[in-house]
Design a binder for this molecule. Structure first.
Ligand code: HEC
Length: 267
């Protein structure tokens, strides 16, 4: 019986390589791998100096076929939805400008897995040989089953800077969205590779500011065996950007404290 189940799982894996495209959570289209290959020409991609080699299809032709020429936009985020429900948010602008691909198998005969985890049906990869800035960060989701075109301000409303925030807080949020949200959550929204930075307590409430600054700048200076990547050393106006992120985190903490204050009892 077990063997039968195992075989069933295998065939499921071999045949079930398809992808759903959604708009704000609603299914719009469904493609088998063969159909995807007709829409976007498959190529091979070499990563990590040739240590990893994949068969891939470019993401852009696919998005443009389903969502039309207006696929992109300032407020648009593509959520790469994984089998376990994890959603990796990628800003539309990044998919438009940088080459993103969906890998569907290896091209060197190695198993389609990484650290013993199966990568299929699809694995979002970036040409990090050409664009090294895509190397770090959390936007390499695997076991992708769907792409959802969502409005960021709706899908991530709980992460937005509080209304009437200062320019510094708004800038801090813009950096946070780009560099941190794929791994961390704010009020339960965002990536699930690391902790929520605002609830139940904000990191600004239990970590002293100079250390918080250091953790963001280079976690390994504060903690041994830290797995979080340091903010890119070439990030524009880096020191100020870190201060702005902290200002955003403080604003979110204050907003939460205000919201959780019990209303004054009426006599
Ligand atoms: C690739 C995923 C990833 C990215 C991107 C990332 N982090 Fe982290 N972060 C982690 C992990 C994992 C930890 C847990 C400690 C560790 O393993 O380093 C962590 C820990 C932290 C902590 C310490 C929290 C605590 O209570 O210990 C802070 C603060 C933090 N991150 C802020 C940020 C900020 C701000 C950014 C964006 C500039 C960011 N992180 C980007 C993965 C990430």
């Amino acid at each position: 019986m077990r063997r039968l189940l195992f075989l069933l799982c295998l065939t499921q894996f071999a045949w079930g390589q398809d992808l759903e495209l959604r708009r704000s959570g609603k299914a719009l289209a469904h493609f088998s791998l063969a159909e995807l290959k007709k829409i976007a020409t498959p190529t091979t991609l070499r990563l990590d100096g040739g240590a990893r080699n994949y068969w891939v299809v470019p993401v852009k032709p696919l998005l443009e076929k389903v969502y039309g020429p207006k696929a992109y936009g300032e407020d648009v985020t593509f959520l790469f939805v994984c089998r376990d429900g994890y959603r990796s948010p990628v800003k539309a602008e990044e998919v438009r400008v940088l080459p993103a691909y969906l890998a569907f198998s290896t091209s060197d005969g190695k198993p389609f897995e990484l650290e013993n985890k199966p990568l299929g049906p699809f694995y979002l990869v970036w040409d990090s040989e050409k664009y090294p800035e895509r190397k770090l960060g959390g936007n390499w989701p695997f076991q992708v089953v769907a792409i959802d075109r969502a409005n960021f301000s709706q899908a991530y409303a709980a992460t937005l800077p509080p209304p009437k925030s200062s320019a510094q807080v708004k800038h801090g949020f813009a950096v946070f969205r780009k560099k941190c949200l794929s791994c961390h959550q704010i009020n339960g929204q965002g990536g699930s590779m690391a902790i929520d930075l605002n609830q139940p307590l904000s990191v600004t409430e239990y970590i002293k500011k100079p250390y918080l600054h250091k953790i963001i700048s280079d976690p390994s200076k504060v903690r041994g065996r830290a797995t979080m990547p340091a903010l890119d050393s070439k990030f524009p106006k880096r020191e100020q950007a870190i201060k702005d992120i902290i200002a955003y985190l403080e604003a979110k903490a204050e907003q939460r404290r205000k919201a959780s204050k019990p209303a004054k009892p009426r006599k």
